[in-house]
Design a protein around this ligand. Structure first.
Ligand code: SF4
Length: 316
């Protein structure tokens, strides 16, 4: 078989899988959610794309019975925390998050004992058990706002030290932090930025707050993934250096065909975010994957931390 015949056969097979997914998705009243870091073919077939909490909140408002969450385990857990009435399925059971795994509920219990006066603010990139031990959650978009809303002088931020350091720059409160980090963002170095800037001197640098502080200091803007998508859409700038997982380049380019986007470092790839395939989604819809479950007491406590974040009072 020639290469072009092979490609045609592959395309036909992919089309066949997508047709089966579409048929089962409507028959089972399922919704497919894809995080902004997922591979293009997954984002293309999703009903909703976005960041983890945004997706769970949007899914709650739908009448879908089943959520197929294309992301990593803490994201499927977050969907279950917010939508207990729905069946939530992560199509690849091996898709985890190295940062979330850096802090256990037991670690956090000990930290709380060591700092009894601190309010515990936990990034949504954490396990359900850790959320359940926290006073309030935050996202990368609202972390500064959440911390500044608290009636406390000392805050313990978990599990991401880099997000904590970004917040520390933007608050008068005393910030303690757990030394976790996202290995994908943490490997970005100033020399990578200097090299891309030399090649694209007119591009502005957008950095995710999971990046180390020396990168944050070089950035023109510090934004969450959703914040980067909004900023790129609304900005008059035409060229952008993107300091986050490379998967975000796909929706950025798709939404802004007249603008140019360059990865800050093309090795910023989260392998866990690339584990789910179209076949996995089809198998999940066929009922061949385990559903995400959370102990009800843990779920309720974790939900309280999430809801505390959603209801933070406006200041000023
Ligand atoms: S990019 Fe980092 S924070 Fe996100 S899932 Fe991967 S390891 Fe976790």
């Amino acid at each position: 078989m020639s290469k072009s015949e092979e490609k045609l056969q592959n395309n036909q097979e992919i089309q066949g899988i997508i047709e089966e997914i579409n048929e089962l998705r409507s028959k089972k009243n399922a919704i497919i959610l894809a995080h902004n870091y997922q591979p293009p073919e997954i984002q293309d077939i999703a009903d909703l794309t976005g960041d983890s909490l945004e997706l769970s909140i949007k899914a709650k408002k739908t009448d879908a019975d089943i959520i197929i969450f294309c992301g990593v385990s803490f994201m499927a857990e977050t969907a279950k925390i917010v939508c207990p009435e729905k069946t939530v399925i992560l199509p690849s059971e091996n898709a985890g998050c190295q940062m979330a795994d850096m802090l256990t509920a037991e670690d956090l219990r000990k930290e709380r004992e060591a700092h009894p006066d601190a309010v515990v603010v936990t990034y949504v990139n954490s396990t359900a058990e850790v959320k359940a031990q926290s006073d309030i959650c935050c996202t990368s978009a609202n972390a500064v706002k959440v911390v500044n809303s608290l009636d406390a002088d000392t805050v313990l931020m978990t599990p991401d030290k880099n997000l904590a350091k970004w917040v520390e720059r933007n608050t008068d409160k005393k910030i303690l932090y757990w030394p976790g980090y996202c290995p994908i963002h943490d490997k970005l170095m100033t020399r990578h930025i200097e090299s891309v800037r030399r090649q694209h001197p007119d591009a502005v640098l957008m950095a995710h707050p999971e990046c180390p502080m020396d990168i944050i200091e070089m950035a023109d803007f510090v934004k969450s993934t959703s914040g980067m998508l909004t900023y790129a859409r609304e900005s008059d700038n035409k060229e952008f250096i993107v300091a986050t997982e490379v998967g975000l380049l796909y929706p950025l380019k798709r939404q802004n065909p007249d603008k140019k986007f360059y990865p800050a470092f093309d090795e910023m790839i989260c392998e866990d975010m690339k584990k789910i395939t179209l076949v996995d989604i089809l198998n999940a819809l066929k009922g061949q994957c385990r559903e995400t479950t959370i102990d009800e007491q843990v779920r309720q406590k974790a939900l309280m931390a999430v809801e505390n974040m959603l209801h933070i009072p406006r200041k000023g």
